[in-house]
Design a protein around this ligand. Structure first.
Ligand SMILES: Nc1ncnc2c1ncn2[C@@H]1O[C@H](COP(=O)(O)OP(=O)(O)OP(=O)(O)O)[C@@H](O)[C@H]1O
Length: 481
């Protein structure tokens, strides 16, 4: 039997007020495969452990098949966990390891047939009589999965089960996990910080940041319609380009977005999405351009809906089948704080000590550069405000526990040229603000100016708090309404 799992405003507060999970709500249907995705420390494992019963729930409710289960002992939940570190008994053969939960459940029953059927399912019949130390990492993880499957649990809880394996094996086992869980039709909750893994496995992906659920949607939707700038930046490779802009909407002229040295004119007649931008007139926004939205080509080759920009080549990254061109368009890149590893803050913050300071901001910029979006004068953007590291002039909301965790809205640094800019006389850390994908054969000289075409059908705009305003949210009332 497969379980329905529901979490209603579930929080976890560890000792000394660390709020690792904050009012997390999610309904998982029987047989569904849901991936919890987010950077290190965002609370994914804690959610999984609360579902398993390995961690007490501080606030909120866990329902299993509609019944409150906060206090149900782990063993009675009928769930099986697979961890990243395989956790096999070294002195037992693999056969005994797989059969162990069955013997525990029913010591008198002969488990041979069940163990062999499980091994066949995983393609490990040939190694049943060896010991775990005689196996490769991939084989060990298969045995660990066998042990989880043999008992026919009502749900699988998998905590980064593939992260100790090399890339090739990871891809292979990923496909096997997808097939197995689909065949067995068992509800699966899978934790990972690898967005590609999440996108390829999940029926739905739940993106977390700083203990807070940001969005839960199908992989397609989480990519195409990210609720906020954090989700947009976390999902997709290469990372979405994020540029700071200002909406320019004159009453009698063409609307555009000012990107600093260049403008993005919006095509007329304005689409519904672009009409909605009118109310942002004069406001700072974040423009998001995924790599498929920009190509290197002269204005003469523009298709309908494409507008021209230009950029100076900073460097090229060859990747075999394609190349990534890092360009400077004279814009200010927006860096999303905490993409790499947010940590909920502990204890009350002292005034003036909450932000990351110059060093922290430089680190954020470097992180942004790794993701291909750092830039001269980059501003920091946070989603739901958690750990955004910017205290000045921002609306923030403290959780009632008194922990330092922040769940307020998103902010953009209002001082983008401030502390993180290069000191006089020294080169800026990063000068590229836009990464464009091209074929591997294109040769471009560093410093060359190249023409770009931006497809405005693929334009994302986020407000100054990081929420997506374009494409418009589906539940937005009509413009006249
Ligand atoms: N037993 C504990 N006591 C105090 N704090 C804890 C404890 N366990 C986890 N935390 C904190 O709770 C936060 C969430 O941890 P969790 O392990 O759930 O994150 P995660 O997203 O699974 O991270 P990772 O991908 O690195 O495993 C972290 O800041 C972590 O330091």
């Amino acid at each position: 039997m497969s379980r329905a799992i529901s979490l209603h405003r579930v929080s976890k507060v560890y000792g000394r007020g660390t709020r690792a999970v904050d009012r997390f709500s999610l309904d998982i249907a029987p047989g569904e495969f849901v991936v919890l995705l987010g950077p290190s420390g965002c609370g994914k494992s804690t959610v999984l452990r609360m579902i398993a019963g390995l961690e007490d729930i501080s606030e909120g409710e866990l329902l299993l098949d509609g019944e409150r289960a906060n206090l149900v002992p782990p063993r009675e939940r009928g769930m099986a966990m697979v961890f990243q570190n395989f956790a096999l008994y070294p002195r037992m053969t693999n056969r005994d390891n797989i059969g162990f939960p069955l013997r525990l459940e029913n010591p008198r029953e002969d488990s041979t047939a069940r163990v062999e059927a499980t091994a066949r399912m995983l393609g490990i019949e040939g190694i049943l009589d060896r010991y775990p130390s005689q196996l490769s990492g991939g084989e060990r993880q298969r045995v660990a999965m066998g042990r989880a499957i043999s008992r026919r649990p009502s749900a699988f809880l998998m905590d980064e089960p593939l992260s100790n394996l090399d890339a090739k094996l990871r891809n292979h086992l990923r496909a096997e996990i997808a097939r197995l869980t689909a065949d067995l039709g068992v509800t699966t909750v899978y934790v990972t910080h690898d967005q590609a893994e999440a996108m390829s496995l999940g029926d739905r992906v739940a993106v977390m940041r700083g203990g807070v659920l940001q969005q839960v949607s199908t992989p397609r939707e989480v990519y195409a319609l990210p609720e906020n700038v954090f989700v947009a930046a976390f999902i997709g490779t290469p990372r979405i380009n994020l540029l700071q802009g200002v909406v320019y909407a004159p009453l009698d002229g063409r609307m555009s977005i000012d990107l600093g040295r260049q403008r993005l004119p919006l095509p007329e007649p304005l689409s519904r999405d672009h009409q909605l931008l009118r109310i942002q007139q004069g406001r700072q926004v974040v423009v998001g351009l995924r790599s498929e939205a920009v190509r290197i080509a002269p204005p003469s080759q523009a298709r309908p809906g494409e507008v021209a920009l230009s950029g100076i080549v900073e460097h090229m990254e060859y990747q075999g089948h394609e190349a990534l061109v890092h360009l400077n368009t004279g814009s200010r890149a927006a860096v999303v704080a905490d993409l790499e590893s947010p940590r909920p803050r502990t204890g009350p913050r002292r005034r003036g000590h909450g932000g990351p300071g110059v060093l922290g901001r430089l680190r954020e910029r470097t992180a942004g550069r790794r993701g291909g979006q750092g830039g001269r004068g980059a501003g920091a953007v946070g989603a739901n405000g958690s750990g955004n590291g910017h205290d000045r002039g921002t609306a923030q909301e403290r959780t009632p526990s008194g922990g330092g965790h922040v769940t307020g809205p998103v902010v953009v640094l209002d001082d983008p040229w401030g502390a993180a800019a290069a000191p006089p006389g020294r080169p800026a850390l990063v000068a590229s603000d836009l990464v464009v994908r091209t074929g591997p054969d294109l040769r471009l000289r560093t410093g060359a100016q190249v023409p770009l075409l931006v497809d405005l059908a693929h334009l994302y705009v986020f407000d100054h708090q990081g929420r997506r305003i374009c494409p418009a949210p589906a539940d937005l009332p009509g413009l006249d309404g």
